[in-house]
Ligand binder design. Structure first.
Ligand SMILES: NC(=O)c1ccc[n+]([C@@H]2O[C@H](COP(=O)([O-])OP(=O)(O)OC[C@H]3O[C@@H](n4cnc5c(N)ncnc54)[C@H](OP(=O)(O)O)[C@@H]3O)[C@@H](O)[C@H]2O)c1
Length: 384
């Protein structure tokens, strides 16, 4: 029985993780749940799963949740909040495995604390790896703590890497669906609305990652995540546009063999893989190979998707540039969703913030968060 701490339990990945727990009650149980602002869902989950601790974003929300748990007769559940709360979840003595699925850098401290506490981490939160990958992977190596990727592309790479040696890898190929605007004329990009950008052709996900997929910044974050998770330079990571999202990624070996991972477009599969590794439990997440007709692979268009180019540049520079890329994007995506800037304003904002970013390499989580705050301030100043 693996006892789980789920950070971001009310989100898309968090809920998919809970559905895996539901499906495999003999393998997994819930020790800790960390949510943000969705108290209704946090309450329903806590009443259903009876964890040891549940955390929400603020003290006020924690008071509300505690009162409602009392009303519901659910006793024995500690209610925590804020960063202390997420850290209490990720380091709980009864947690054997931590699913890191809070969106943005809000999940960073708890993920770092989990690694320092020696807890294996299933990592969905790519922003953590982008902002502080150098620190997180060093801590994981030092403590011999596994970080298992849940992001479907990195999960696929992890699977393809199991059959070869690191020194035998020529390229990691990350597949990208290309998002909803793969074929949109470049002149139309400025008038893309939030509603259009929120319609992803193949995946149902949270709002930020859906917009990031439409700009392809998401793929850029994944390039950086791949460099850190698999310890390769950006020159060994390539992106290929594969609209069917059937091949989740590939690894090309030096002898010329290319291994690909194919499965349904359902995040429950990479979650199950991460939770069960190195085992492969039987599941009903089957893929109908007989129905497969096309597998297209095209080079990415850096002119249409300047965010991808900016991410490769940040990957080369590392450190503060990766932090600023993520922070500026988060601020710009919010502004786009609030209709304060056009779709093309997202890349413009990131480019301008990066132009003012120093080439430094923060060495601690506190320094990473300070750099993150400064980049956000620079982005907000540009947008006001
Ligand atoms: N969805 C996917 O298919 C997918 C695929 C690959 C990678 N990922 C990555 O997985 C992560 C989560 O994505 P998602 O799609 O699940 O996002 P989502 O649906 O927006 O969920 C985000 C989660 O983070 C929580 N949260 C936000 N701010 C918080 C805070 N300050 N403190 C504590 N919790 C907070 C939210 O809580 P409330 O809702 O309660 O506010 C929610 O549980 C992201 O890093 C994303 O890039 C997602």
């Amino acid at each position: 029985m693996k006892r789980l701490a789920i950070l971001g339990s009310t989100g898309s990945i968090g809920q998919s993780t809970l559905s895996i727990v539901e499906q495999f009650p003999e393998r997994y149980s819930v020790t800790a749940l960390a949510a943000g602002r969705n108290v209704d869902e946090a309450l329903a989950q806590a009443v259903h799963w009876r964890p040891k601790v549940v955390s929400v974003a603020t003290a006020e929300l924690a008071d509300q949740l505690a009162a409602r748990l009392r009303e519901a007769g659910a006793s024995g559940i500690d209610v925590a909040h804020g960063t202390e709360g997420t850290v209490a979840c990720s380091t709980h003595a009864d947690a054997d495995f931590v699913v890191s699925a809070i969106v943005g850098v809000a999940g960073l401290e708890a993920t770092h604390a989990a690694i320092l506490a020696g807890k294996p981490v299933g990592l969905a939160n790519k922003e953590c790896m982008v902002a502080a990958g150098e620190i997180l992977t060093a801590a994981a190596r030092a403590g011999n703590v596994p970080i298992l990727p849940i992001d479907s592309e990195h999960n696929a790479v992890h699977q393809c890497m199991r059959v070869g040696e690191h020194k035998e890898v020529r390229y990691i190929w990350l597949t990208a669906s290309g998002g909803p605007f793969r074929q949109t004329p470049i002149e139309a990009f400025a008038s893309i609305s939030p509603e259009q950008a929120l319609k992803h052709p193949t995946w149902v996900m949270g709002r930020r990652i859906t917009i990031d997929s439409a700009t392809m910044l998401n793929k850029g974050l994944e390039v950086i995540e791949a460099c850190r998770l698999f310890d390769v330079p950006p020159s060994q990571v390539r992106v290929t546009v594969h609209p069917q999202s059937t091949v989740h990624s590939l690894v090309e070996y030096v002898d010329g063999s290319i291994l690909a991972q194919i499965s349904v477009t359902d995040m429950r599969l990479p979650i199950l893989y991460a939770l069960a590794y190195p085992e492969r439990p039987a599941s009903n997440l089957t893929f109908d190979l007989a129905a497969l007709r096309h597998l297209d692979f095209d080079p990415p268009d850096f002119e249409r998707f300047p965010c991808l180019r900016l991410a490769f540049e940040a990957a080369e520079k590392g450190g503060a540039h990766c932090i600023a890329l993520n922070a500026a994007d988060e601020v710009a995506v919010e502004a786009f969703l609030d209709r304060r800037i056009p779709f093309t304003g997202i890349a413009d904002t990131i480019a301008r913030v990066l132009a003012d970013t120093p080439e430094t390499h923060p060495a601690t989580i506190a320094e990473v968060l300070a750099e993150d705050r400064q980049a956000r301030e620079r982005a907000r100043a540009l947008l006001n």
